[in-house]
Ligand binder design. Sequence first.
Ligand SMILES: NC(=O)c1ccc[n+]([C@@H]2O[C@H](COP(=O)([O-])OP(=O)(O)OC[C@H]3O[C@@H](n4cnc5c(N)ncnc54)[C@H](O)[C@@H]3O)[C@@H](O)[C@H]2O)c1
Length: 259
Amino acid sequence: MRLAGKTAVITGAASGMGAAETEMFALEGARVYACDIQDEPGRELVEQIRSHGGNATYHHLDVTDESAWAELAATIRSTDSGDLQVLVNNAGIQVRHGLMDMAMEDLDRILSVNLKGPMFGMRACAPLMRDSGGGSIINIGSLAGMMGHPIAAYTASKWALRGVSKTAAMEFANWGIRVNTIHPGLVNTPLIAGTPSYDAMESMTPMGRAAAADEFARVALFLASDDSSFMTGVDVPVDGGFEAVSSYRRVWQTVQGIA
Ligand SMILES: NC(=O)c1ccc[n+]([C@@H]2O[C@H](COP(=O)([O-])OP(=O)(O)OC[C@H]3O[C@@H](n4cnc5c(N)ncnc54)[C@H](O)[C@@H]3O)[C@@H](O)[C@H]2O)c1
C-alpha cells in the first residue's frame, strides 16, 4: 500500500499506460481521479477497480481545456477538501509525419494535448498539492523528447514538456512538490498499434522487446510514492536501454560479428 492516504489525478486514464497506472495506484491505496475523453472505457475501468475494492472515480476531462481543469480542481476541493498529492500528466497523441509533410493544424493539436495539457494540469493542481503539504507530479515524455525522432510535431511537444518539467521542479520545490519526467521507449499500447517503425524499434531495443504497460506503471508508482522523496527535475528513460546504448550496441554487434 505505497500510496495509502494519497489522492492522485491521472490523465489519459482510459487506455494504455494511463489505465495501468490508474489500476496500480488504486491497488496501492490511492484515491484516484481517472480522467479522459473516452468516457465509456474510462467508466468501465473505474467500475472494475471499484469491484476489487479500489477507490477511483471517472471524470471527463479534455486536458486542452483550462476551464475543465479549474472545474476538476473545484471538484477535488468540494469532495476531498482539496486533498491532492499526485498528478500524472499521461494523456498524449501522435500524428506520424516529418517536418516537411506535417500539417500545421496537427502541430497545433499535438502541442495542445502533449504540452499545454500538462502545463494546464500543473497550474490547476499545484496549488492544491501545496495546500496539502506537497506531492509529486509525473509528466510522461518520450524518447522523442530525448533524441532526434522522425515525428516532428510529437518531438517538439515532448522536448518542450521535458524542459517545462524542469522549470516546474524549480518553481514548486519550495512547496514540497517534486516534478519528474518519465520517457517511455516502445510500450505495447493502442497508441503504437500498427506503427510502421515497431519492428525496427523492437530490434534496436537492447532488451529486444517492447514493455508491457504495467512495467511502466511501476516506475510511475515509484515516483508517485515517498520512496522517491529526494528526486526532482529528473528524466527517467524506461526504454529497455534504447536511449543509452542502442547505437553503440549496433557498432559493438558489428565488431563482434553478430549483427
Ligand atoms: N506507447 C508507447 O510506446 C509510448 C512511447 C513514448 C511515449 N508514450 C506516451 O505515453 C503516454 C500514454 O500513451 P499510451 O501509449 O498509453 O497511449 P493510448 O493511446 O493508449 O492512451 C492515451 C490516452 O490519452 C487520452 N487522450 C488523448 N487526448 C486527450 C485529451 N485531449 N484529454 C484527455 N485525454 C486524452 C486518450 O483518450 C487515451 O485514453 C502519452 O503521453 C504518449 O505520448 C507512449
